[in-house]
Design a protein around this ligand. Structure first.
Ligand SMILES: Cc1cc2nc3c(=O)[nH]c(=O)nc-3n(C[C@H](O)[C@H](O)[C@H](O)COP(=O)(O)O)c2cc1C
Length: 207
């Protein structure tokens, strides 16, 4: 299984309820709670009812963002965030969703009520797993569909003279000093920017 699939399955099986952002007709962000019902190599699936404002927002502006969180408090929590695009696929996966997520039968008890429902696929997206339960923190980007990972954060360039000022201010102690230029361990970096602020060679660039 590819890395991105592991994260999509974690969203469905371990986190399940996410906070989901859409954009309304005035361009303002709107969040709501949405359950992630299924995942496969082609993306993530959730459902909604066609009568909801949430449905209208998805149709008129199919770019979305979501965050799912698991843990009992901040320092024991992991999150997965996705920015992606959705498309409506209708009722084809409804019975599979109701079989896997049996609580749905308490909300929509009979076939008649289920006629209101429609399934959406998040068919492409970029995401990030962020884990505060380990030290140093761990983060990892992933993407699926045609989306590409955009490299963001702080990067040490050839201007580094190995003075070590950056290491003295790094809260996660995640700068590898074994070679010059030093290297930021991206998977442990908070993106706080202290290293770039203090570097007197201006050798740390922000992407
Ligand atoms: C834990 C939880 C999970 C939810 N999951 C869904 C869901 O999967 N699909 C859905 O349409 N609504 C779901 N809801 C309800 C929506 O969050 C709610 O209908 C939404 O805020 C309404 O938005 P709207 O009035 O803008 O359409 C869920 C609510 C909770 C509390």
């Amino acid at each position: 299984m590819e890395k991105y699939e592991e994260y999509l399955h974690m969203l469905v099986d371990e986190i399940h309820s996410t906070i989901f952002a859409t954009v309304d007709s005035s361009g303002n962000p709107v969040t709501c709670a949405i359950d992630m019902m299924l995942a496969d190599e082609n993306g993530l699936y959730f459902l909604t009812a066609k009568g909801k404002s949430f449905y209208d927002r998805l149709i008129s502006h199919p770019a979305i963002s979501l965050t799912g969180l698991k843990g009992k408090d901040t320092m024991s929590s992991k999150s997965i965030t996705i920015y992606g695009n959705v498309r409506e696929i209708g009722s084809s996966l409804l019975s599979e969703i109701f079989t896997k997520n049996q609580y749905m039968a308490e909300i929509y008890p009979d076939e008649e009520s289920r006629a209101a429902l429609t399934v959406f696929q998040i068919y492409e997206g970029e995401g990030e797993f962020f884990d505060l339960s380990v030290k140093p923190i761990f983060r990892e980007k992933f993407s699926f569909g045609n989306a590409m990972i955009k490299e963001t954060g702080y990067f040490i360039t050839d201007g580094c003279d190995g003075c070590g000022l950056c290491c003295s201010v790094c809260p996660q102690k995640c700068i590898d000093t074994s070679h010059i230029p030093f290297k930021i361990e991206q998977e442990h970096c908070l993106h706080c920017g202290r290293c770039a602020d203090i570097c007197d060679q201006q050798a740390i660039e922000r992407r």
